[in-house]
Ligand binder design. Structure first.
Ligand code: CTP
Length: 459
C-alpha cells in the first residue's frame, strides 16, 4: 500500500467520524528532505480515543497501544508504524515533565512543537490532499538547514528540556545549524536538563553518538553546557595535553576523532561508547616524569572503573557495560604487543582476554591512531596488520578465542579421587595457564595427560 493510498483510507475513516486529520512532524519534514520514512504521526482534531476504536475495526488491526491519559494511540499497519494524537495544548509544571494536556485546534498544537522543521502538517483531505500547512516557515528552515524553535526558545525548552538535546540530535543528523537565539537559550537553560529522566537523556545521547559524524553533536553538547550536565567526566578531558606522537594533543578532541573514526567502520553503539571512554581516566592519572614527559600510567584500569560507574549512572545495560569495560581495559594491549617481541603466548593471552570482542578491540586500536603524520599512521597500521596476521596463525592452531577448559570438573575429581572443592578450580586454572603459555595443547587428551604428569604438585 502506498502512503497516499494509506492517507486517503485514513482520512475517509476520520471523515466518517466527522473529524479532521493531518499528517504531522517528522514524516512531513523527511518527505520534504526527500527521505519519507515509515513512521507516521497524525494529529486528530476530534477524540483520538474514539477514532482508535473505529480505525481498529475498519482496518482490521489486531492490537493498538493506547494511552488515553495522553490522548494518543499507536498501531502497526502494512509495514507502517502509525501514531495518532489529539490536537492538544500542553502545560507544564516547572519541576516536572508531566504535562497537563487539553484538546486544542491544529494551529495551537503546531505552535507547541519543538522546532519549526517539525511544525509542518500535511492536509490529507480530499479537497486539499497534499497541501502543506506551514505557519512557522518550516519549509524555508529545512531548505536553509536551520534548527529554530517556533515560539520564544526559552518557553519551548522550559516546556520540555529534553528538546535541547533533540536540537543537537537533529542538527547532527541533518548537518543543520542551530539558529543563534535557540543555541543561546540552550546554553542558558542547560541546567534544566536535571528534571529529565536518565533514560530519555540516554536515548537522545545514543542517537547523537550514532550520527555519521558523532563529533559534530558532541562538540555542540560540550559548547552549550549540556554534556556537563550528564557527563562531567568528559569535560575534564578538555585541555589535557599528551604526547603528540600518535595522538592528538588534547584528550577531549582526540577522543572525538577516535569516535568519528569508529563511525566510519562500525555501526555499533557500544563500540562508540568504548571510544568515548577509552581515555576517560587520563586527566586523573596524568603525571609528569622528567625523562618521558606526561604519563598516564594505569589509565586503562582507572578508566574501566570510571566507565562502569558512569554507564551505570546513565542506566546502560549490563551487556553494554561489560563490553565497554573490557575494551577500555584492553585498549593498550595490542600496541604493547607490537613494541615487545611478540610471543605466541602473549598473543594467546590477549585473544583469551578479549574473547569475542577481539575484532572490535582491533577496530578501536586502529581508530585510536589520530596522528597527523601520514608516515606514522602508515607505520602503526602496518604494525596492526602484522599483529593480526600472527593472531590468525595462533588462533587457527589453538582455538583460544572462545576458550573453554578442555577438562571438566568430573574428570578432575576422578583423577584425584576427591569430592567437589577448591582443588577443582586450582587444577583448571593450572591447565588454563599452561595452555596460554603454550606448555600444553588446547586439547582434551593432551590436557588429561598433562594433569596426570603434574599430579604430584597438588598432593
Ligand atoms: N515533539 C516535540 N517535542 C518533543 C518530542 C516530540 O515537539 N520533546 C514533536 C515534534 O513535532 C516531532 C513529533 O512530536 O516532530 C514526533 O516526535 P518524534 O517521533 O520523537 O520525532 P520525529 O520528528 O518524528 O523524529 P524521528 O524522525 O527521529 O522520529
Amino acid at each position: 500500500m502506498t502512503e497516499n493510498e494509506l492517507f486517503k483510507r485514513i482520512n475517509a475513516i476520520a471523515q466518517s467520524c466527522d473529524y479532521k486529520i493531518y499528517v504531522v512532524g517528522g514524516f512531513v519534514r523527511d518527505k520534504i528532505l526527500g527521505k519519507p520514512g515509515k513512521d507516521i504521526d497524525f494529529v486528530v482534531v476530534g477524540d483520538a480515543m474514539k477514532f482508535a476504536t473505529v480505525l481498529k475495526k475498519e482496518l482490521k488491526i489486531k492490537t493498538l497501544v493506547q494511552y488515553p491519559r495522553f490522548g494518543t494511540f499507536m498501531a502497526n499497519y502494512k509495514g507502517y508504524s502509525l501514531e495518532f494524537v489529539n490536537a492538544r495544548e500542553e502545560s507544564y509544571d516547572f519541576n516536572s515533565r508531566n504535562p497537563v494536556t487539553k484538546q486544542a485546534d491544529l494551529l495551537t498544537d503546531l505552535s507547541r512543537r519543538d522546532f519549526t522543521i517539525n511544525t509542518l502538517a500535511m492536509d490529507i483531505s480530499e479537497e486539499n490532499f497534499g497541501a502543506v500547512i506551514d505557519v512557522y516557515n518550516g519549509r524555508e528552515d529545512i531548505k536553509k538547514g536551520i534548527i529554530r524553535t517556533p515560539l520564544e526558545p526559552g518557553k519551548t525548552f522550559s516546556d520540555d528540556p529534553l528538546r535541547m538535546m533533540r536540537a543537537i540530535r537533529f542538527a547532527s543528523r541533518f548537518k543543520f545549524e542551530i539558529e543563534q537565539d535557540t543555541f543561546e537559550a540552550i546554553t542558558k537553560n542547560a541546567e534544566r536538563l536535571a528534571i529529565i529522566s536518565v533514560e530519555r537523556i540516554q536515548d537522545e545521547f545514543n542517537k547523537i553518538l550514532m550520527a555519521d559524524v558523532p563529533s559534530f553533536g558532541l562538540r555542540l553538547l560540550e559548547e552549550c553546557g549540556l554534556l556537563k550536565q550528564f557527563l562531567p567526566e568528559a569535560i575534564v578531558m578538555k585541555g589535557v595535553e599528551q604526547k603528540k606522537e600518535f595522538h592528538h594533543k588534547d584528550v577531549f578532541y582526540h577522543t572525538l576523532e577516535v569516535i568519528d573514526n569508529l563511525a566510519k567502520t562500525s555501526n555499533k553503539l557500544e563500540l562508540r561508547l568504548a571510544g568515548l571512554f577509552h581515555d576517560i581516566a587520563k586527566p586523573r592519572t596524568k603525571r609528569f616524569v622528567e625523562a618521558t614527559g606526561w604519563t598516564f600510567h594505569g589509565h586503562e584500569v582507572v578508566g574501566e572503573r570510571m566507565a562502569r560507574a558512569i554507564l551505570k549512572r546513565l542506566k546502560y545495560s549490563n551487556e553494554i557495560i561489560d563490553y565497554v569495560k573490557k575494551l577500555v581495559r584492553l585498549h593498550l594491549r595490542p600496541m604493547a604487543l607490537i613494541s615487545d617481541e611478540v610471543t605466541d603466548s602473549a598473543m594467546r593471552r590477549l585473544l583469551f582476554l578479549a574473547g569475542n570482542e577481539f575484532d572490535d578491540l582491533m577496530i578501536l586500536c586502529r581508530a585510536d591512531i589520530t596522528s597527523k603524520n601520514p608516515n606514522r599512521v602508515k607505520r602503526y597500521l602496518g604494525n596492526y596488520e602484522y599483529l593480526l596476521k600472527k593472531v590468525v596463525e595462533v588462533e587457527e592452531r589453538d582455538r583460544i578465542r572462545n576458550f573453554q577448559p578442555p577438562v571438566n570438573g568430573q574428570e578432575i575429581m576422578a583423577i584425584f579421587n576427591c569430592k567437589p572443592g577448591r582443588l577443582i578450580g586450582e587444577v583448571k586454572k593450572f591447565v588454563e595457564e599452561a595452555i596460554l603459555d603454550g606448555e600444553v595443547e588446547n586439547d582434551h587428551d593432551a590436557c588429561i595427560k598433562f594433569i596426570l604428569d603434574n599430579k604430584n604438585r597438588f598432593e
